[in-house]
Design a protein around this ligand. Structure first.
Ligand code: ADP
Ligand code: MG
Length: 259
């Protein structure tokens, strides 16, 4: 795919001043499988990018490379102008800057909701406990689970757990939030309560990369839809254009199956 259409990125060489996450010719293999192929993607500050595509197309791997849960074989990834660190304290800080919310919640099961949201603040951001707890309570209120602070994750519904996971990521003051199918493991009646929190974040200007099959969310919250297939970005466009007039056969085929 050629350069994308973020304002100011027309040259295709220097990233625009507003670029927050920049991937250039990123390649990744799992053995013989070429899972990411020459991925070029620039995400502007405050932009909401929804990534869609068939199962196995590399969406999760793409997210995981951005906070270095996966290494890449070639290409570059920069966050806020800095290349991804390789290890150590710098890597922990990078992970805090890049909040990630997974399909499977991934809360610490043996810690209370409150502790889940204070732990990273104290360990990585070096906040003192009182400040961390104050912030945690405010964030838990904001995502609508303030009353659950003393409970353990297993005592919460899936929708509540996922909102705690979002609060935990936000507690680190991330520069960008990655969501990898955050509602796919939820019972249907809980999907909206999570999507609403994400909508709110988007409205507040959070930079977000969201892998989802929730096309309603994509239409209403995304600035851009990125369609992946077989490890490549096949097509990207504003959601209204993408959904009304997909250009590639792969995207047409995909949309015909899910809409
Ligand atoms: P998506 O999220 O779009 O469904 P993934 O990024 O999870 O796709 O996976 C892309 C491809 O890479 C799939 O074929 C998957 O089986 C493979 N894959 C993912 N993770 C690994 C891994 N750790 N080792 C080997 N293959 C993997
Ligand atoms: Mg996936």
């Amino acid at each position: 795919m050629s350069e994308i259409s973020v304002a100011g990125d027309a040259s295709g060489t220097a990233a625009p001043a507003t670029a927050l996450v920049v991937l250039r010719r990123v390649n990744k293999h799992f053995g013989a499988l070429h899972v990411l192929q020459d991925i070029d993607l620039t995400i502007a500050r405050g932009e909401v990018v929804v990534v869609i595509g068939p199962s196995g197309s590399g969406k999760s791997t793409l997210c995981r490379t951005i906070n270095r849960l996966e290494t890449i074989d070639s290409g570059t990834i920069t966050i806020d102008g800095r290349p991804l660190p390789q290890e150590g304290r710098e890597l922990a800080r990078l992970r805090a800057d890049v909040g990630m919310v997974f399909q499977s919640f991934n809360l610490f099961a043996h810690k209370t909701v409150l502790d889940n949201v204070t732990l990273g603040q104290i360990k990585v951001r070096k906040a003192d406990r009182r400040a961390a707890e104050q912030k945690a309570h405010a964030l838990l209120d904001r995502v609508g689970v303030g009353a659950q602070a003393a409970k353990y994750p297993a005592q919460l519904s899936g929708g509540q757990q996922q909102r705690v996971a979002i609060a935990r990521a936000l507690a680190m003051d991330p520069k960008v939030m990655l969501f990898d199918e955050p509602t796919s493991a939820l019972d249907p009646e809980m999907i909206n309560e999570v999507l609403e929190v994400m909508q709110q974040l988007a409205r507040e200007g959070m930079t977000m990369v969201v892998v989802t099959h929730e096309m309603g969310f994509a239409r209403s919250a995304a600035n851009r839809v990125v369609f992946m297939a077989d490890g490549r970005i096949v097509e990207e466009a504003r959601p209204d254009r993408f959904f009304s007039n997909p250009r590639s056969d792969r995207a047409k085929d995909f949309l015909s199956k899910i809409l």
